[in-house]
Design a protein around this ligand. Structure first.
Ligand code: T3P
Length: 121
């Protein structure tokens, strides 16, 4: 598998978690802003199997109207959106507020595999 797919999986796909688990999961999965070495401002977790998320790239997605390079999911997914409580915090003290919702996801895909989480709506 390619490295971008592995990173996507680590950062955005999880079988089960609750909104209150953001801090713990983000730490365990070593999710950070790779450019600034600070805490990542937003990270969305899709609560699903990796198979279901990959299917968005294959049969369960359609072109995202605003930008052809992205694919939006036909169905909604259960999500936990983790948002940093205060911006600019340095590692390792990253404190998040989690929110659960059901939304469509917008991804980019390479060779039928998800490699980037763009947004949800
Ligand atoms: P990455 O590409 O490492 O997954 O957009 C900048 C980063 O924020 C990008 O990181 C994706 C992430 N992000 C979410 O996880 N959820 C969101 O809703 C948005 C807007 C961004």
């Amino acid at each position: 598998y390619n490295e971008r797919y592995k990173t996507f999986r680590r950062q955005h796909v999880i079988g089960k978690m609750a909104a209150k688990d953001c801090d713990k999961v983000i730490k365990k999965r070593k999710i950070k802003n790779s450019e600034t070495a600070k805490c990542k401002e937003v990270n969305t977790f899709v609560i699903a199997s990796i198979k279901e998320v990959c299917e968005v790239c294959q049969t369960m997605g359609k072109p995202y109207h605003k930008n052809k390079t992205y694919i939006e999911s036909v169905k909604t997914f259960q999500l936990v959106v983790c948002k940093l409580k205060s911006k600019g915090k340095r590692l390792p003290k990253c404190a998040y507020r989690g929110q659960e919702c059901n939304q469509h996801i917008v991804l980019s895909c390479e060779k039928g595999l998800p490699v980037h989480f763009q947004r949800s709506f």
